[in-house]
Structures are given as C-alpha cells and as structure tokens.
Write a protein that binds this ligand. Structure first.
Ligand SMILES: NC(=O)c1ccc[n+]([C@@H]2O[C@H](COP(=O)([O-])OP(=O)(O)OC[C@H]3O[C@@H](n4cnc5c(N)ncnc54)[C@H](O)[C@@H]3O)[C@@H](O)[C@H]2O)c1
Length: 265
C-alpha cells in the first residue's frame, strides 16, 4: 500500500551493497522492514543482525530478466512488494569531443535505462496493492559538470522518468518520487572528497560546509516512501546542504561596498 508502515514493509533496494543504497537498506532493516537487496557487487556484511529480513540477490539493473526475477522473488517469498528504492548508479565520462559511444552507453544504461527497467518490474509487482517508488537522481540532473555529459543527461532523464511514472502509475495507487543528492561521502566520490584543493572549492559552494552522509539521503528516501508522504508523487527532493542555492556568485563583498557607497551619499 502507498502508506505501508515501515515495520511491515517489503522493499527492494537496487545498489544495496554500497553507499546510499546500503544506508537505505540498513535504515529499513533497523525499522523492521524486509529488504531484497539488488546489486552486482557482493553484500559484505549487509543484513547481518536482521536474520530472515534481508535477501541479497545478484541483479544487474541493465538486464531486464534480472529485474523480472528479483521482483518475482519478492512476491513469491514475501507475498507483496510495498516499496522500491532505485539507487544503483555509476559515472564514467570524458570531455564531450573525446567521449566514446561505449562510455556514453555504459553510463546512460546504468543511470537511466536501469531505472526504467526497475520501475517497469517494480510497478508490475505493485499493481494490485499499490506502493511507493523512490529514484535516486542527482543535482547533476540540473547542473552540468565537466566530463559528465553522459551522467548528467542520464540523471536529467531520471527526473522526467520519475514524473512520467508518477502520472501513469497513480491510478494503481503507486507513488513515484525522486531524491536529488548533492555531494555525498560514499565510495563513488572518495577520489574527489580526498582531493583537498577541490574540496575547499566545493565547500565554498555548500552553505552547510561539508559533504552529506549516506544516511542523510537515506532518511529522505524513506520519508518519500512512507506514510508521511502519502499525498506526494512526481516530486523531487533536493538533499545537498544548500549547494543548489549558490549558483549565483557570492556577492557579499560587493553588497557591503554598495552599502558603504550609499552611506557616503
Ligand atoms: N555520492 C554522491 O555524491 C552522489 C550524488 C548524487 C547522486 N548519487 C547517486 O546515488 C546513487 C548511489 O551512489 P553512491 O554514491 O552510493 O555510489 P556507490 O558506488 O557507493 O554505490 C553504487 C552501487 O550501485 C551498484 N551498481 C552499479 N552498477 C550496477 C548495476 N548495473 N546493477 C546493479 N547495481 C549496480 C554498485 O555495485 C554499488 O554497490 C547513484 O545513482 C549515484 O549516481 C550519488
């Protein structure tokens, strides 16, 4: 149901082995839910401490049969699917003029096609009962980055896919929303977060002055999937420490000189 209590929820999480997906999984398990983790990487240590409530499956989100099997297993083993968190994603890129077609395909397949295939089979599993789907998009769905054309274009697609799915699936009682993380401290971003010069520049753009933690994105995902969000569908929640607010140059020094000029008039 669109408003299933977390302690009774059966959920699927793609990308559950690492970073944000792992955090979503651990938060769901801590709240009493049953979780099918779907990932191409091993689930080392995930679900320990929640016996019988975590099943890890090898799922490649670019392979339709894997999604069909994983959602089918949820129905077979647990009788229903209440919530789905589409978190799996990667980024490979290059400057546009050197961007090979296979690198474009690799990234867009995982970032966008994977979410399409996931939604398709998750919705089929939810069509009789209703449910909630949360897609992890990115601030890059709106903000381009050098060498990231494939990733950012794929994430922009996830935003439209979220809205299209919300429209089409509402008659089945299925809500679909997205979360747009900013810079989050996960294995995906380690190389950048440990680059001190880059981080200094980055922190100037993030009013809360630090990267986010996976759990800070996971809690937004759980909010959107839960009863408290029962009237929210087709929405995107930005979780970025305020980074989105700073695309304008920092005019504080200019503003104070204008104020001084006014005082002299
Ligand atoms: N970390 C950030 O700053 C940040 C910012 C914005 C958006 N995101 C998005 O959040 C999501 C999670 O990223 P993360 O930072 O936790 O990264 P991560 O690398 O820690 O985790 C990603 C997981 O996805 C899995 N995965 C990759 N390809 C897959 C496939 N084909 N099938 C199934 N699983 C696959 C990986 O094995 C890994 O476990 C991604 O969609 C990413 O684009 C991350």
């Amino acid at each position: 149901m669109a408003g299933t209590r977390e302690d009774q929820m059966v959920a699927i999480v793609t990308g559950a082995a690492s970073g944000i997906g792992r955090s979503v999984t651990e938060m769901l398990l801590a709240r009493g839910a049953t979780v099918i983790g779907a990932d191409v990487s091993p689930f080392s240590g995930v679900g320990v401490g929640s016996p019988g409530r975590f099943v890890g499956r090898r799922v490649d989100v670019t392979v339709e049969e894997d999604l069909r099997a994983a959602t089918g297993a949820a129905l077979e083993e647990f009788g229903r699917l209440d919530a789905a968190f589409n978190v799996a994603g990667v980024s490979r890129g290059a400057p546009l003029m050197d961007l090979d077609e296979d690198v474009w395909d690799f990234t867009v397949d995982r970032v966008l096609k994977g979410v399409f295939l996931s939604i398709k089979h998750e919705a089929r599993a939810m069509r009789e009962t209703g449910g909630a789907i949360v897609n992890v998009s990115s601030i890059n769905s709106r903000v381009p980055m050098y060498t990231g054309a494939a990733y950012a274009s794929g994430k922009a697609g996830v935003e439209m896919l979220t809205r299209s799915a919300a429209l089409e699936l509402a008659p089945y009682g299925i809500r679909v929303n997205a979360v747009q993380p900013g810079l989050i401290d996960t294995p995906l971003t380690q190389r950048r977060i440990t680059d001190h010069a880059l981080m200094e520049d980055w922190r100037r753009r993030i009013p809360l002055d630090r990267p986010g933690k996976p759990a800070e994105v996971a809690s937004a995902c759980l909010f959107l999937a839960g009863e408290s969000a029962s009237y929210i569908t087709g929405a995107s929640l930005i979780v970025d420490g305020g980074w989105d607010l700073t695309s304008y140059p920092d005019l504080r020094s200019a503003a104070s000189s204008t104020d001084r000029a006014k005082a002299l008039d």
